[in-house]
Design a protein around this ligand. Structure first.
Ligand code: XMP
Length: 305
């Protein structure tokens, strides 16, 4: 990207030109990409924009409330779709099947809501690495490639299609979005579902949501990782009080990266890891042990599925 101001000016012009006088919807996730897109569109077309946030029940702790606070001044629709998503995931254990089930459900819910606004144009925060990974067939991103979402609309606008994540963050800063959004860690479209190995249930999502919150509290400010997370990787024995229990094994991941294509684990101080382990086992019923994943990408991926 040559120049942030120039990019903003061109993107605003592009959105205005492409949208014309049509109503535009965007699926807002609270991540930096969709937030920047929504902010650009708000500048370009004002109240022709209808942002829709689908609460899949697979979001991080407090995410939905924060979205309301941050985007409530726009004409925001919040859809509570947790039950629909959990139902779609029942019995699904294969990672790709899970992604597909979530992707399809997302599209259904989003289309349903979008069409009630009368929108004919879809704005998407697809960035360059999303396109590359999807085109290369590495995995199915639920926001791009092969999915019928685009079909319901006359047109799709993707103003960030040539940008890398760090460039999107620069644009966020220049647009005056809150620091919290500008520096927001990437969060996968399928949400916490890819941080639960095997079948996703409400109970597992609740456990992994709490573990993710603890990991973020301990690491985000203190170490500014490119991304950090917790995943439920299986069951193991533990002992709480004097009772032996079969509990969850939480794996913690904290990595640095430029664009998510490669990643290196952070060399975290032992006392920090020990505090995460003791908080997770003490604060989350059912967690028996905590491990730290030191595998770079490649050969491992950042997420667990
Ligand atoms: P992996 O696990 O492939 O992840 O090393 C690389 C980066 O991409 C994020 N990720 C996703 N983002 N939809 C997204 O929008 C997805 O389906 C998806 N899967 C992974 C992941 O969090 C990491 O930052």
């Amino acid at each position: 990207m040559v120049n942030t101001e120039k990019f903003i000016q061109q993107a605003v012009e592009e959105i205005r030109r492409e949208a014309g006088d049509r109503t535009v919807v965007i699926a807002l996730s609270g991540g930096v990409d969709s937030s920047v897109c929504a902010a650009l569109a708000a500048l370009a077309i004002g109240n022709q924009l209808h942002p829709i946030y689908v609460d899949t029940g697979l979001m991080r702790k407090g995410e939905t409330d924060r979205i309301r606070e941050l985007f409530g001044h726009l004409d925001l629709t919040v859809v509570d779709a947790e039950e629909e998503f959990l139902a779609a995931l029942e019995g699904v254990t294969d990672p790709e099947e899970k992604r597909k089930a979530i992707g399809e459900r997302f599209i259904r819910v989003f289309e349903r809501e979008a069409l009630t606004t009368g929108a004919t144009v879809l704005l998407q925060g697809t960035i360059y690495p999303d396109r590359i990974e999807s085109e290369g067939g590495i995995k199915s991103h639920h926001n791009v490639g092969g999915m019928p979402l685009e079909c319901a609309f006359e047109q799709v606008i993707e103003p960030l299609r040539d940008l890398y994540k760090d460039e999107v963050r620069e644009v966020a800063g220049a647009l005056g979005l809150p620091k919290e959004i500008q520096h927001r860690m990437p969060f996968p479209g399928p949400g916490l579902a890819v941080r639960v190995l095997g079948e996703v249930t409400k109970e597992k999502v609740e456990v992994v949501r709490e573990a993710n919150a603890i990991v973020e509290q301990e690491l985000v400010e203190a170490f500014a990782p490119w991304q950090c997370l917790a995943a439920l990787v299986g069951l193991g024995t533990g002992v709480k009080g004097d009772v032996r229990l079969h509990g969850w094994i939480v794996s913690v991941r904290a990595v640095n990266s430029r664009d998510g294509m490669t990643a290196d684990p952070l060399e975290l101080p032992f006392e920090v890891l020990a505090r995460i382990a003791s908080r997770c086992t003490a604060e989350i019923p059912g967690v028996a042990r905590v491990v730290y994943d030191v595998t770079p990408k490649p050969p491992a991926t950042i997420e667990y599925e």
